[in-house]
Write a protein of this length. Structure first.
Length: 578
């Protein structure tokens, strides 16, 4: 591709090139750090946004990978600048990293806007880092490549392969049921996450990095490489080389993130057996790019796209290492190619079709074909009704099929502590037909829509051998979770959505085939309850939390901030330099 930029038209030249006092200061302070003018003059400045921290085990290797990216940038004739960005560790951040996804997006946009950057490498992987980085970089509008952290190695416990998250839930239920000793549980803790990298199940992290690749934002095959594999090091340096070329080519996100690219990402997400979190993040990322992706669009894709990736928690055997060895996302997309728009452009400079040439599958059980899918449909489904007028999400492929059509009495909880105390009570009056309900956990009510939606099974039912029941919440759940959980109920209860009006004992009916979730309460009674309802006090507090509560949207619109919607402009204004 012919160069479209020249050294004189580089964005960074506005900082360094003029013969004036302000630019003299920029050059002087760069020399203060030990750089000579020939190291940056006339070269693309590449901002490397690194979400490493000591509190993020998924990104523990980023201290080293950033040096690999820098090496690639230097090889290609660029000038790398590492800029630290908010590190959203799913393991530690309370009440939820989702509260801070939009903060990361704002930080990324402002970092790129305010610094002398010509292009960017986005280093992420842990759940909310992918959408946060992408949303901010799309709004900033500079050439960018996403560098995924990669999945960790598979876990191990007494000769069994463990999947992070998914098996933690399963073994914890067995411990609560009295089937696992404390010593055995400690062995599970020590064996389930044994290298750096994000979850090696098809949880939110693997889902979102796959979506980034399907959008065309990573180098081909990058999202599948295990974090500890030496191929990950080589990919990182290749990212550094490629971003320099992209700057000269002026290959900006708006040329890549089209409606067709978003459609590809939705199809690929469904084919992977994706996390329910994919919906809220896909909507948010698409809207940042000016693509009006709706809940109905996502449900249609869920109905028509078969699940091809036989990976836990949707599958029952394999993990992300197996997926990589079987050919990775390139192999899956090649098998799905008849459902994709292969003409879209990717950060590689090639079309998606060109990047898939030569892709092979080496294990047809790990990555299935269209005529032999894991599930014919049902990775995700959107249900609506008088409990969720604008939608709620369920993962049919990961729950007991007997619960796809279910009717039972609600057991309603207004807080997580209340729910937690109740489900551990062995005298709790609950049956397998009950519908557990947790409300007040949506974008505003949580605050931040915490991953509380996989409500734990009541201990009394676990001891009777039950492992699934219908659960309902305006919260989210971890992508590593499973079960009959109807989530993201919108509008949320905190703002007066119908979930706020549900009472313990009311009958709730789920009809997955009809895509309905309803409370069997007559309209007059619902209106009486609505008239008596009063909005709870906000929990978010001061500072960023206050701003979040005032401006966050509902789950069906991606839970982005209203003042960052595309109607305010796709690109940030350039800073004034005096």
């Amino acid at each position: 591709m012919a160069m479209k930029k020249t050294p004189e038209t580089l964005r960074s030249a506005r900082w360094f090139a003029p013969d004036d006092l302000r630019s003299s200061g920029h050059r002087s302070r760069t020399m203060q750090m030990g750089y000579a003018p020939e190291e940056w003059t006339g070269k693309p400045v590449i901002a490397i946004l690194n979400t490493w921290s000591d509190a993020n085990p998924c990104h523990a290797h980023f201290k080293h990978r950033v040096e690999d990216v820098k090496r690639g940038v230097l090889q290609a004739g660029g000038f790398p600048l590492e800029l630290p960005a908010l590190s959203l560790s799913e393991s530690y951040v309370k009440p939820t990293t989702m509260l801070y996804r939009n903060m990361l997006a704002m930080e990324v946009e402002e970092l790129l806007r305010s610094h002398p950057a010509d292009g960017a490498v986005l280093m992420g992987g842990c759940d909310k880092t992918t959408p946060g980085l992408v949303m901010g970089a799309v709004s900033a509008g500079l050439p960018m490549v996403y560098l995924p952290a990669g999945p960790m190695l598979r876990g191990n416990y007494r000769g069994k392969a463990l999947g992070s998250g998914s098996d933690a839930w399963k073994f914890w239920d067995e411990r609560r049921a009295g089937n696992l000793s404390t010593d055995e549980w400690v062995e599970v803790e020590a064996g389930i996450a044994r290298s750096y990298g994000h979850c090696m199940t098809m949880g939110t992290a693997s889902t979102m990095t796959a979506i980034a690749e399907a959008l065309g934002l990573t180098l081909p095959g990058a999202s599948s490489i295990p974090a500890a594999d030496s191929n990950h090091i080589r990919m990182s340096s290749a990212v550094g080389r490629r971003i320099v070329e992209m700057v000269w080519e002026d290959l900006v996100p708006s040329k890549i993130l089209t409606g067709a690219a978003v459609g590809n990402a939705v199809a690929v997400a469904m084919a992977t057996g994706c996390s329910t979190n994919a919906i809220v993040h896909l909507v948010a990322m698409a809207r940042r790019a000016g693509v009006d992706l709706t809940m109905d669009d996502l449900d249609h894709a869920g109905r028509t796209t078969p699940v091809l990736a036989n990976i836990r928690p949707t599958g029952d055997t394999y993990l992300m290492e197996d997926f990589y060895y079987a050919g990775g996302l390139r192999a899956l997309m090649a098998k799905l190619s008849s459902r994709l728009d292969l003409s879209v452009l990717t950060v590689s400079g090639q079309t998606l079709g060109e990047t898939l040439e030569g892709a092979k599958c080496f294990n047809d059980d790990v990555i299935r074909s269209l005529d032999n899918p894991v599930f014919q449909e049902g990775s995700l489904a959107v249900v609506k009704g008088n409990l969720a007028p604008t939608g709620a999400v369920i993962k049919p492929a990961a729950c007991d099929p007997r619960l796809h059509q279910h009717q039972g009495p609600a057991l309603v909880f207004d807080s997580y502590p209340e729910m937690k105390a109740a489900i551990d009570d062995e005298n709790l009056d609950v049956t397998p037909d009950h519908v557990l309900v947790l409300r007040g956990a949506g974008p505003q009510g949580g605050p931040g829509m915490p991953e509380w939606g996989m409500l734990p099974m009541p201990k009394v039912l676990l001891k009777k051998g039950y492992r699934d029941m219908l659960r309902l919440s305006d919260a989210r759940m971890s992508g590593t979770s499973y079960g009959a959980c109807v989530l993201h109920v919108s509008p949320e209860s905190h703002v007066g959505g119908p979930l706020a009006l549900l009472k313990t004992g009311d009958m709730v009916r789920l009809d997955l085939k009809a895509r309905r979730i309803d409370m069997l309460v007559d309209d007059d009674e619902i209106e009486r309850r609505r008239s008596a309802w009063r909005k709870p006090a906000d929990k978010a507090g001061r500072g960023y939390g206050w701003m979040f509560a005032k401006h966050v949207g509902q789950a069906d619109t991606g839970a982005d901030f209203d003042f960052l919607e595309t109607r305010f402009g796709l690109s940030a204004p350039e800073p004034d330099i005096y």
